[in-house]
Design a protein around this ligand. Structure first.
Ligand SMILES: [Zn+2]
Length: 412
């Protein structure tokens, strides 16, 4: 069944049938999430716009120029200052977001730990931001007309490097990861069967269990890293919540991402989107600095006084690009669903029922809205709505006469 048809089927009759109290919570939470996302973005862009209009750009650049005459050193003052201004503007929205997660029981992370996590994230953003923006402004100074293209050429290898390093350097700052074969050898054996059926040998050392239960109540798994750091991570909550058969599907979906090279493809897609994105940013910056620069204290695009304006332009474009990024992501997630359902064929008695149960269990623990607003899905959903995924799974049986599996041969 085509996902659009599945959506219609899901809209007419929800498969998962949440209990009334959970349904009320799911709908309330979905309103909160929508409000937090769109309201939070509007707040961030509006406040940043006011800060930029008040001439903060020239104030920060002036401060940096008093410390050093070298533009690289000036950047090491201006970049952290602006990134901290951004973080400060975002605090009310993120605090409210965590309060909502606690209230709905999705998070169990206490406030002190939550603040420590926030500080760590901010520190990582400062380091990565300082590297990327220092390079960007050096390119602007050297090539005022082509910087966007040069920076695009550098962005792709930077993205590859960060994707490769994230599971090795960044993720362990937040969670503990143990090889699944050590903590749960029986489950690791089961997952090996899924890997074998997919015709690949994912070394057991590449499958990790993450201590998600220290922060959240919901189940999940994901694929991360690239090349030598590529791995599958299963949250410990998944092992507690899902039945062994459902875990096989959850894992099979992740194996789909792994086998179908979705991380590398994602980087490829984003390279195309980013190319257009940077060109827009270049045009917008040139136009805004010419038009409003003198009033807002921004002397030129390539001076550090433009950094606040650049962040405003970048965040606005990023918000506008969300529907494109999410449409690509939903397509990739759908492929992984198809792979996951096909790979457990023959390993569980009834793949359709197993996958539907897995999604319905997700809907309960994550309080997913069974009938989300289509515009909200279009703009913000990185995965197809849970009901839509369940409806597809319920009807997808490529081993029926006249159908063909997409990723496997029918004999297997
Ligand atoms: Zn996925």
């Amino acid at each position: 069944m085509h996902p659009a048809v599945a959506l219609l089927a899901a809209a007419s009759q929800p498969l998962c049938k949440l209990p009334p109290d959970k349904l009320a919570q799911a709908i309330a939470l979905s309103h909160w999430r929508t409000g937090l996302y769109f309201g939070g973005t509007a707040w961030l862009l509006a406040v940043l716009w006011i800060v930029v209009r008040m001439g903060a750009g020239s104030a920060v650049a002036h401060l940096a120029s008093r410390v050093s005459a070298n533009p690289w050193f000036q950047g090491l003052i201006a970049i952290p200052l602006w990134l901290l201004i951004l973080s400060a503007i975002e605090i009310p929205g993120t605090v409210l977001g965590h309060w909502v997660s606690l209230r709905f029981g999705l998070s169990i992370e206490r406030w002190p730990n939550w603040w420590i996590d926030g500080l760590k994230s901010t520190a990582i953003t400062l380091v990565l931001g300082a590297i990327a923006l220092s390079i960007l402004y050096a390119l602007m100074r050297r090539s005022p007309r082509r910087w966007w293209m040069w920076f695009w050429l550098i962005t792709v290898p930077l993205e590859v490097l960060v994707t490769w390093a994230a599971p090795l350097v960044i993720d362990p700052l937040f969670n503990h990861f143990t090889p699944l074969a050590q903590t749960d050898p029986a489950l690791a054996d089961q997952l090996e069967r899924v890997a074998a059926r997919g015709g690949l040998h994912i070394p057991p050392s590449r499958i990790f269990l993450m201590d998600a239960s220290t922060r959240v109540t919901g189940a999940n798994a994901y694929v991360t890293g690239l090349g030598a750091s590529k791995r599958i991570v299963v949250w410990d909550t998944t092992v507690r919540i899902e039945t062994p058969e459902e875990i096989l599907f959850t894992y099979g979906h992740e194996q789909g991402h792994y086998v179908l090279h979705h991380i590398a493809k994602g980087i490829g897609y984003s390279a195309i989107v980013i190319f257009v994105f940077y060109w827009f940013a270049f045009c917008a910056m040139r136009w805004l600095v010419r038009r409003c620069g003198p009033r807002w204290g921004v002397s030129s695009v390539e001076s550090w006084s433009s950094l606040g304006l650049l962040l405003l332009v970048g965040l606005t474009l990023n918000f506008l690009a969300q529907p494109i990024a999410n449409a690509i992501s939903r397509q990739i997630e759908h492929q992984a669903d198809v792979y996951g359902e096909e790979v457990i064929h023959g390993l569980v008695p009834d793949p359709q029922a197993t996958v539907v149960r897995s999604f319905c269990s997700d809907e309960v623990v994550w309080l997913d809205d069974p009938q989300p607003n289509p515009f909200v899905v279009f703009w913000t959903y990185s995965h197809p709505p849970t009901e839509e995924r369940a409806a597809f799974a319920a009807h997808y049986d490529p081993w029926l006469p006249g159908h063909e599996p997409k990723y496997f041969s029918k004999q297997k």
